[in-house]
Structures are given as C-alpha cells and as structure tokens.
Design a protein around this ligand. Structure first.
Ligand code: GNR
Ligand code: NI
Length: 175
C-alpha cells in the first residue's frame, strides 16, 4: 500500500469529469488500496479517486463509528461507477467538510435519501437506498466525479472567500 497526496483547492483537476472504470484490473485494486490508506490516514469518511489525481469514477468510504471500547472497527466500502437513480424531495442539512478544502466546514442542504446503483470490487452490480450520513457522503463523493465541490452550493460570497483564501495560500507556498 502507499499513501497518496490529496490534491487541494485551487487545483483545477478537482473540476475534471472523471471517466468510468472499464475493467477491475490489478491496477484498480492497487489504487483502491492506496485510496483506503490515504483516506484512513487523513482521516476522512470518503474519498473520490480524483482527490488523489486519478480521474476515475471510483469512491472509497468508511462510515463506521468507533465502538464503545474505543477499538476502530472498519467498514470499508468501494463504489465503482456509482449513479444516483432517484432522490427524495425531503432535504436534510449536514455540516460538510472536504479533504480537498482542508479545515473549512459549512452546512449544505441535499436530498435526505437517494437510491444508488454501483459496481463493487467483484464486478457485482448493486442497488441500495441511502439515508442519513451515508446519503450525504455518497452525494458529496459522486459530485467529485462530476467536478462539483460542496462550496458550489454555498452563497457566492462564501465561495469567493474560500477560493481567495486557497489561491493566496498556494501563491505563498510557491514563493
Ligand atoms: O471526511 C469527510 N467528511 C465529510 C463530512 C460531511 C460530508 C461529507 C464528508 S466527505 C469528507 C471527505 C472528502 O472530502 N470526500 O470527498
Ligand atoms: Ni470531498
């Protein structure tokens, strides 16, 4: 396994539309392993391949809570070529963050429930209903596959402020 670098704003690659995974090759399995290592290290609850600069429709996720004895129980999940089949009219609000927009958190309103279709690492097709944090997270990650970030749902004022902050930081880092 290997840790990968997570790309952050204002990296333009975050705006790419990722390409479908055509075949589950050893290279894809290696990428998935590296994405889990990178996601757990960050730490984050989800990661889209483009966040490690691979423009593929591939997501890793782990929504497991810490158990009472403090042991970290892992529930790693992989979503290949995920699609949202339908969304509830009811909305729900979560405070979202993104590993590509470090240390910035804002409330975002999204459909409370979605039905998703995806392929797993064995190539098996699944359909599943998502609600709660799972619904929010899968929508956040599928957005990444389409070059969409959670700041796109905020007011222009807030979005401009965040973009400026990260552009400044990048300029300072380049000096
Ligand atoms: O770690 C993450 N936490 C999170 C919290 C609320 C809504 C979405 C997320 S996803 C984020 C990791 C990430 O950036 N995935 O793309
Ligand atoms: Ni994100």
């Amino acid at each position: 396994m290997a840790l990968k670098e997570i790309i952050i704003l204002p990296d333009k690659r975050l705006r790419l539309v990722s390409k479908p995974v055509e075949k589950i090759t050893p290279e894809i399995r290696k990428l998935v392993d590296d994405m889990f290592e990178t996601m757990y290290d960050a730490p984050g609850i989800g990661l889209a391949a483009i966040q490690v600069a691979e423009p593929l429709r591939l997501i890793t996720m782990d929504l497991a809570k810490k158990s009472e004895d403090g042991e970290t129980n892992r529930e790693p999940r992989v979503f290949i070529n995920p699609e949202i089949l339908s969304s509830s009219e009811e909305l729900s609000t979560y405070e979202e963050g993104c590993l590509s927009i470090p240390e910035y958190y804002e409330e975002v309103e999204r459909p409370a429930r979605v039905r998703v279709r995806y392929t797993d690492l064995d190539g098996k097709l699944h359909e599943e209903d998502a609600e709660g944090l799972f619904a929010t997270c899968i929508q956040h990650e599928i957005d990444h596959l389409n070059g969409v970030l959670f700041i796109d749902y905020l007011s222009k004022l807030k979005r401009d402020r965040v973009n400026k902050k990260f552009e400044k930081a990048a300029k300072r880092a380049a000096e």
